[in-house]
Design a protein around this ligand. Structure first.
Ligand code: SF4
Length: 147
């Protein structure tokens, strides 16, 4: 499912829309963009104008969103989130921030296990840890054993 979100051409177009018609000329296209389903349902294209909108663009400067998309932290795929949960707690926040910065720098909006693997390889190379905690921690002593 993550691959579908990241690679499907229509989702890519929706993330970086090049709108046609009056939506493409509208100063509110970055904060509104019109409904993308309506032109499709009417037999047009995904990027066609939303004909039910009554606003007439006025050829003014484009209004930018109050929060730029680049400032919004990328989402985590379910498997990447699960992998992050296995990172020791004292490191988790650092790994989270590093992954979010890395994926934002790539201009992508979804953190996947592939991204985490790339970061691990860049950090550790061939000496990457297979498991942070269980492989390095000594086995705990059974409760019945005397110290
Ligand atoms: S024309 Fe209407 S629907 Fe299209 S971007 Fe402008 S305000 Fe939104």
């Amino acid at each position: 499912m993550t691959e579908l979100w990241a690679k499907a051409p229509d989702f890519s177009r929706l993330r970086n829309p090049e709108l046609h018609g009056k939506c493409g000329a509208c100063e509110y296209r970055r904060v509104c963009g019109g409904c993308r389903a309506r032109p499709l349902a009417a037999g047009g294209g995904l990027m066609d104008a939303d004909d039910l909108c009554g606003y007439q663009p006025r050829a003014q400067a484009v209004v930018e969103p109050a929060v730029k998309l680049a400032e919004v932290a990328p989402a985590w795929s379910a498997d990447a989130r699960q992998r992050l949960s296995r990172v020791p707690e004292f490191l988790r926040q650092m790994v989270r921030k590093r992954a979010e910065a890395y994926v934002s720098e790539l201009g992508e909006d979804m953190i996947t296990c592939q991204h985490l693997s790339e970061l691990t390889a860049a950090r550790f190379g061939a000496a990457k840890p297979s498991r942070f905690a269980s492989a390095r921690m000594p086995a705990s002593r059974p409760m019945t054993e005397k110290p």
